[in-house]
Design a protein around this ligand. Structure first.
Ligand SMILES: C[S@@+](CC[C@H](N)C(=O)[O-])C[C@H]1O[C@@H](n2cnc3c(N)ncnc32)[C@H](O)[C@@H]1O
Length: 241
């Protein structure tokens, strides 16, 4: 276990249900614009059981708890994230409603029957993760950014109750059609686009040969606006029959 007690920083979440303060270690993903937009899109009903897959600091589990979830279980491959999320829960007075577990994808929550899955697992191509440092430890979502989200979707099985919803962020910065293909295999046509927003691509990403190859292979795509390239984030609600 990484002991980063001396490197703990505070992050003030100003998104939905905020402001509240999160303690972050160096291996913990700092909530991003995607976190803010996923939080805005979430629909939580009183009494919902929520899984926050790829929970990082626990931020989206805390938002769900503050919106009325009866229970929110977060999981992450990063031990430090799970440790900090549990600590954050205690600081926020949410330790009785939230719980955090270590492990890959949905493996740690196989015993949970959820009404909602927040599927915010790392999903950008490994070369972009390495270039940008957006993800602690350079952990991306696989060579095209689709591999991890697809594996997560394929694991859903009975974890999500009939009528349950998954909130899924996708982006043109990853092989989005592969992620949506996996979602359609599980949810059929019950997939609705809730929000879509464009973001500028950092110049060092636009200049990368690995990124140019992903574009020429038709796996990822950007829109040109003036001298900038933009990528598009979309949040989907996938409902189980
Ligand atoms: C985009 S971050 C989102 C974190 C958090 N939901 C937020 O909004 O701040 C993705 C998270 O997925 C985690 N992750 C990466 N690979 C994983 C895996 N195989 N299983 C579970 N979590 C994983 C990362 O450690 C990271 O915390």
């Amino acid at each position: 276990m990484v002991d980063s007690v001396n490197e703990v920083k505070e992050f003030v979440w100003r998104g939905r249900t905020g402001p509240f303060t999160l303690r972050m270690g160096p291996d913990v993903f700092a909530p991003s614009s995607t976190s803010t937009i996923v939080a805005e899109a979430l629909e939580i009903h009183e009494g919902d059981v929520v899984i926050d897959a790829g929970c990082g600091s626990g931020v989206l589990a805390f938002v769900a708890a503050r919106l009325g979830a009866e229970r929110a279980v977060g999981c992450d491959i990063s031990e430090e994230s799970v440790r900090m999320a549990s600590e954050n829960a205690r600081h926020l007075g949410l330790a009785d409603v939230t719980e955090f577990r270590t492990g890959s994808l949905l493996d740690p929550v196989r015993d949970v029957q959820a009404d909602v899955i927040i599927g915010d697992i790392s999903g950008i191509p490994d070369p972009i993760a390495e270039l940008t440092g957006w993800f602690p430890g350079g952990r991306g979502g696989g060579p095209t950014g689709a591999e991890l989200p697809v594996a997560m979707i394929d694991e859903i099985g009975d974890i999500l109750r009939p009528g349950g919803r998954m909130y899924l962020p996708t982006g043109t910065i990853q092989a989005e059609s592969k992620v949506l293909g996996a979602a359609r295999r599980v949810f059929g046509d019950n997939i609705e686009q809730l929000v879509s927003r464009e973001f500028p691509l950092p110049n060092l990403v636009s200049r990368s040969k690995d990124v140019a190859r992903l574009v020429s292979d038709g796996l990822i795509s950007f829109r040109q606006r003036g001298s900038r390239l933009l990528w598009r984030l979309t949040i989907w609600r996938c409902t189980k029959n």
